[in-house]
Design a protein around this ligand. Sequence first.
Ligand code: 3HC
Length: 692
Amino acid sequence: MSPVSMDRNRIVSVVTVDNPPVNALSQAVREGLVTAIEAAEADSESQAIVIICAGRTFIAGADIKEFGKPALEPFLPDVVARIEACEKPVIAAIHGTALGGGFEVALGCHYRIALSSAAIGLPEVNLGLLPGATGTQRLPRLIGAEHALDIMLTGKPVRAGRALEYGALDKVVAGTDLRAAAISFAEDCVAKGPRRIRDMTVPEVDAGLFDTTRKKIAPKTRGLISPEKIIRAVELATKTSFDEGCADERELFLECMASPQSSGLRHAFFAERSVAKVPGLSKDTPQRDVTSVAVIGAGTMGAGIAYNSLASGLQVTLLDINEEGLLRGEKTVRGLYEGGVKRGKVAASDMEAGLARFSTSQNYEDIADVDIVIEAVFESMTIKKEVFAALDKTIKKGAVLATNTSTLSIDDIAASTSRPQDVIGLHFFSPAHIMRLLEIVRGKGTADDVIATSLALAKRLGKIGVVVGNCVGFVGNRMLYSYGRESQLLLLEGAAPEYIDKVLYDWGMAMGPNAVGDLAGLDIGYNGRKERVDLPDDSRFYQVANVLVEMGRLGQKTGKGTFLYEKGSRKPIPDPEVDAIIEAEAERLGVKRREISSAEIIERCIYGLVVEGARILEEGIASRSADIDVVWMNGYGFPRYRGGPMHYADTVGLDKVYATVCEFSERFGPMYWEPPKLLKELAESGKRFSDL
Ligand code: 3HC
């Protein structure tokens, strides 16, 4: 049965698209739309046509699942053109979100009506694309180049009220009966007849608009190719005929579609949606009720988690046995709220409501009735065990007991309680209220409903929860050890800190590894390594960082780390003193220094990640390579357009990656570079991580 059906209400034909979950424009929908428009045009009783959608939203775009496969007719630009060519007025009736190709279909219509709760948008840029069904040519004609550029370059949806102000919509109605409102509006449109955007001209634009826009977006679009193509397409709309502009748009769109960047971003889109479906965990797993949270430890992380929880509507108690620390934590929470209000990101009324749900305590008895505890104390097994033993004694049965440890064993922590089924790791990333990743670490005793509850909590906190297994450092920090290890070895072997950072930054990482170390504090990793009993027998392992910490060079907080920092500045400045320290260490350890190419830096650091990722998959710590990608894109600044380390390795080709890893194993020894069996097997059988 076609996902597009039609009925008639007096003189108005109503074409309904019903293609759950989001009415994406599959081939069947495209074909159904053309058939329906032709039938309505041929119907002598019909004088106007409404296109409306069933379910939760108007068409949310092209069907992304079809991308990368051979395109099937009818092509979307032709469908949009066919709708526009209709002799009878066609009205798009929008609820939910009209996005991408969905909004382009609406732009092919002659008029647009929407519910006040609806939104429109062209989010293609998030997929490494530009609107490819004539949106770049139509929207500037309808609302002017400036607003059109903004909508396409940010990819953010625009609410109906604002879209009406821009002229992207013709009418906005309150209530829920969109069908009735659209039919009545369509009747009014009969006398006006079709109004085609292709016949409009783009309103006059400021001559400097395009170059100003290029400059404005540059810092946020580093390395991306589609934003520039969007600007070019819109510029063309102001200069060439509609048909020429559409032909050029098509070419630019196909170039983007074929790019590895779009493949990486499409992978990111689906990977981030797949993490919520955990293999082996039924989607009907019950959840425990969570309305109240206690956060233990009022440091930066604890206060950030408390603020995040308050902003998500939860009742929050921040507990710290140290009075001074607790006061500082309380101040941090208030400061985060006040900063949000000042920047216009938080309404004053939300701050008031949030703070009314906030309390502090130094006494475990006060939190006995909470639904979930999130421990965020100092990263020491001894201290964590003490806290969990105290929680076990005081907290009500059935509460979730979570630890924010970033490396320590969940099973060892759970063993200090009588209820390992309730214990789970919730690894937040700093700053906790901003970073989107939440690693959800299941221990061997963790109950399924605790995992399901944690996934739901992640969503409520506005985070992407990824369920991983228990091992030192879990997925993210375990891989970070390999990445950091290689960048530290490269320092000894002759690559300057600023050179390593520049190479990896230019490759797309949010920051270089040395600058990240200084930002986080080199002592954090140092103390973490002290807790470990499984460090490799290698005197070079993180040796530069060790020496710097022992000299008191902890990073930004001491004004000196791997780099120097001027007072009040976060800008890393290369320090000759550090170069001398590195050279002396290399000599002491017998490391021969040499010229190191940027290609080697990238391969050593990124394949270091891939090799560890493969081991993590072998051990079942992550159930899918996409889970690893989501962790690295959302927690560690891995470029989204490269799709995460495992997707990146797939795009390079695992045979090539394997060959390089074998070469490294010969050159640098097998201690770090012994190729994982999984990588060898996949490479030899011509498969990819995503085939697992
Ligand atoms: N194609 C295929 N599947 C899609 C899809 C699309 N455009 N949009 C969403 N889906 C799928 C999701 O993968 C998910 O599938 P799953 O249940 O199997 O995991 C399901 O629909 C529901 O999606 P969400 O979990 O994201 O649901 P939400 O309610 O949170 O959000 C949404 C709904 C706002 C529509 C969000 O899904 C979204 O932003 N979708 C992408 C919209 C988009 O990028 N459109 C442009 C596509 S490119 C294009 O149109 C090119 C054109 O210019 C030629």
